[in-house]
Design a protein around this ligand. Structure first.
Ligand SMILES: Cc1cc2nc3c(=O)[nH]c(=O)nc-3n(C[C@H](O)[C@H](O)[C@H](O)COP(=O)(O)OP(=O)(O)OC[C@H]3O[C@@H](n4cnc5c(N)ncnc54)[C@H](O)[C@@H]3O)c2cc1C
Length: 312
């Protein structure tokens, strides 16, 4: 379980408190505010704060004095228009802050998204928990032959067992050595009173990339959508996609109209190149177009055909 009893009590205390405000709040998001939504084996995502709602986007787009909202259908029409035409600044009026617990190798992909404010747990100051990610058997994929950046079917039998044993042994040994170098246990109690122990900022360097770290991550809605369009996509690595999928659920609660527009025009849509569009026009006209005469690369052709639901 990712949370200790003390942490659970802190969250419960926060959730028990309410404050009157004139600012807009979103009941569906309030329902899960502060709650740790589990991801992978020890990770989580918690919404810890937010500003704005769907109406704030409409309000900004119309630069209105009041709520700016008209009928829900009109607001949805406007949000769809903004999304379709990449008129993005109204989405930047909304902000959200997450607390995320994630394996270090996932954090390395995530941190590439520079348009967010991040504060990470300090392993110079504190001792990292003895928690590391082990993939569920169905996610222990073989190296994909078609995509060098991907995985295929799950490993099976003795090889799968051996890989799991190696992952576990390496992480356990690394953590045991970490504690030995620190000369401290997880609670910070000295193990050998005769020894000094290495600084925390140095001892951490032997830990494997599947150990968990934590951060607060704050971004605006425009950049959150960019993050989700890349990381909730089927091509993203499963482990970061698992986080993006939970965040999509928080997006649905927070700004349901924007969520609908995002699925419609970005996540569920497909971008065509000029040659791709020409090939689709020819296909619609009943022509038998092949990859070679379309001028598309085999990969782009495969991706387009998959999006169109047709055989390559
Ligand atoms: C499937 C996949 C595979 C990937 N593989 C690799 C890989 O092999 N190696 C690797 O290094 N990375 C890889 N990445 C990371 C990728 O290149 C981006 O760094 C990452 O997705 C962040 O995207 P971003 O720059 O749009 O996001 P953000 O940093 O949030 O930026 C959002 C937008 O702001 C603008 N922006 C931000 N900072 C700058 C800047 N300094 N200059 C100009 N414009 C800026 C850009 O328009 C950018 O699109 C991969 C990502 C994905 C999704």
């Amino acid at each position: 379980m990712p949370l200790t009893e003390d942490q659970k009590a802190e969250i419960a205390a926060l959730r028990a408190e309410t404050r009157p405000t004139r600012r807009p709040t979103v009941p569906a998001l309030e329902e899960i505010l502060y709650e740790a939504l589990p991801v992978l084996d020890h990770g989580f995502v918690r919404v810890v704060d937010y500003m704005g709602d769907d109406a704030a986007i409409v309000q900004a787009a119309r630069v209105s004095y009041g709520k700016g909202t008209r009928r829900v259908s009109e607001d949805a029409g406007l949000v769809n228009y903004l999304m379709r035409h990449r008129h993005t600044t109204p989405f930047e009026m909304c902000e959200i802050k997450y607390h995320v617990k994630l394996p270090i190798f996932v954090a390395r992909q995530w941190i590439r998204h520079r348009t967010a404010n991040v504060n990470e747990y300090s392993a110079r100051y504190s001792i990292l928990d003895n928690e590391f990610y082990l993939p569920a058997p169905e996610h222990l994929g073989v190296q994909s032959r078609a995509n060098r950046q991907g995985r295929g079917e799950a490993l099976a039998g003795a090889e799968a067992q051996r890989v799991m044993a190696l992952l576990r042994e390496d992480a356990e040994r690394a953590y045991a050595h970490y504690q030995e170098m620190l000369n401290e246990d997880e609670a910070g109690t000295r193990l050998d009173p005769e020894r000094e122990g290495l600084a925390r900022e140095l001892a951490r360097m032997n830990l494997t990339l599947n150990f968990y770290t934590q951060w607060y991550w704050k971004t605006d809605l425009h950049n959150l959508l960019n993050f989700l369009s890349l990381r909730a996509d089927a091509h993203a690595q499963y482990e970061i996609r698992a986080y993006a999928e939970v965040m999509l659920e928080t997006l649905k609660r927070w700004v349901p109209i924007t969520y609908g527009a995002f699925l419609q025009y970005r996540l569920g849509g497909f971008h065509l190149s000029e040659r791709g569009l020409a090939a689709v026009k020819r296909l619609l006209a009943g022509e038998a177009v092949t990859q070679k005469d379309s001028g598309l690369s085999p990969r782009e052709w495969r991706e387009m055909m998959a999006a169109l639901g047709r055989e390559g």
